[in-house]
Design a protein around this ligand. Sequence first.
Ligand code: NIG
Ligand code: FE
Length: 412
Amino acid sequence: MWDRLWVNVHLATDARGTGQPGGDDFGIILNGAIAAHGGRIAWVGSQADLPGAPEALAREVTSCDGRWMTPGLVDPHTHLVFGGDRSAEFAERLQGVSYQDIACRGGGILSTVRATRAASEEELLHLTLKRARRLVANGVTTVEIKSGYGLTLEDELKQLRVARAVSRHVPLRVHTTFLGAHALPPEFTGRQGDYVAHLCETMLPAVAEAGLADSVDAFCETIAFQPAEVERIFEAARRWNLPLRLHADQMSDLGGGHLAARWGALSADHVEYASEASVRAMAESGTVAMLLPGAFYFVREHQQPPVALFREHGVPMGLATDCNPGTSPILTPTAVMNMACTLFRLTPGEALAGHTHIAAKALGLDALTGRLRPGMAADMALWDMSGPHELSYWIGGLVPQTRIFGGMPDRN
Ligand code: NIG
Ligand code: FE
């Protein structure tokens, strides 16, 4: 007897896009059925092929009235733990002040650092859970959460503990990332090398020993950390066997995509300015190109990520909300999919793949989640829609009717 069985449901089991019109393949099974047992997918197929009457096969049978089941969405790049907001800075940027200018005068990331340091762990958890619950309502079953607004050992640990605590309160799989190299903390002004040394020798080992990070990230940019500094950080991370990812080539081409690939990083994120050499290197290393259209939209970037080159060289393109207070205040993956299609010309199949199994690959979790396949986690979302293209269609996104995490439907 299976735990649960969903019938009268259309399935989009495995999204793939070629970038060609009509080239999308969603792994569709019309009039399907899907079963969960022990938190995993036990059976997927056409309802007509079920090995018996539904009631004889599962303890609980749900009729979905012809709705669509997809894999649960994966959000592989967020900065969910932060205090304050940056709406005043947004208003300034609309008057023409650049993100870089605001950062250079001590605003931007550093203003969120001040608010995050001032917030208690309890307050931060409260704020983060509100955001996590919105992701859940929008169909997310796995999320990555970065630190990077603490920038002292204590404050980074505080952020990471909050990130870890999320899954004790909300049914969500959380992957945590140490992003101590997000900005230079004010205490180290004029001593960037000293901060990098402190990060490598003290902060990273303490974070790793506490078991609070599942991966390590850095912001490689003219206004943040230079490639040579990132390499020192990656070397330290490697000593602790921590997987790598990188904020790369967001505002300029520092060869971040190439650097990420050389170090076997799971993903290089943003990548608007990535060169063809970076794209080739990423193809060779299997590094995911993590596209973040929310940030592109919100900072009114003009440089398009090299989508045609990613396709040509077979670099998998992932999608994430990049939810953060400065460049991407968004918690709706389907809206991100819509932006990826309208702004970057991804196809709806590429967009769904980007927010499911490719996103999972960027977290090292693609054997576990991101597809509807027997043996994988029963992480799913049920949508009232005409077909999987519609997921990328609505401006502002589509909300699922139900989400299922580890075989358990949410109580709406
Ligand atoms: O992913 N690029 C750096 N990090 C964030 C922005 C963080 C912030 O502005 O607070 C990003 O866009
Ligand atoms: Fe980011």
